[in-house]
Design a protein around this ligand. Sequence first.
Ligand code: SAM
Length: 232
Amino acid sequence: LYVDTALGEGVAVALDGNPAHYLIAVMRVKAGDTILLFDGKSGEWAATARDIRKRDLVLDCVAQTKPPEPVPDFWLCAAPIKKGRIDLIAEKACELGVAKLQPVLTRRAVVDRLNLDRLHAHLVEAAEQCGRNMLPELAPMVKLDALLRDWPDGRHLFFADETGGAPIAEALTAHPGPAAFLVGPEGGFDPEERAAIRAHPAAVPVSLGPRILRAETAAIAATAAWMTLNGD
Ligand code: SAM
């Protein structure tokens, strides 16, 4: 179970709301029962339930049961797209193991604001479902020019470009190490944006095949391909 409290030996976690309802009414937890917790940063912890009331309870963190898992050094930089579709990207990116989800605002984006709380909830749900104890970082949205300007040295910027690029298997094999994939919105990147990305020293234009994929398909396929070669 995910909790929004930094876990450690002796930490008491007071829960109410949905997580408490789940434990008390659905799981029928009794005083003394052991619950496995994670906070997205400190691995997995065993905690003992006490002070169980109708709508709240306390969990005493006893011991770490799993260390923080290793996270492959991969960022997914994706333009915001419609609700539902961006939620799918967040869910699958978390399942596939990304270290960071970086929303990127581009000129043709039809969505220019994101509900980060909702996306965080999808990341948490996906982490619980797939047994991941490290949550991906969810970065605030940045504009494309700022992303390119502040790009860190030593990280490949694979650019998913439906107008052409190296075949993905070739590009990934030729560029090992820390990486990110940049995927555009429903309407794609405009020609100026495409030229600016291609001119960036870290950029590696990549084709995901001859068909035009929906943005969420491209994001998921690119992440899965990188993880197949580099993920643990
Ligand atoms: N501009 C395009 C159009 O309207 O015809 C479509 C853009 S596509 C729906 C959204 C994003 O997915 C693109 O910006 C690109 O990053 C990625 N993408 C889709 N198909 C791709 C492919 N075959 N190879 C590489 N990237 C692709």
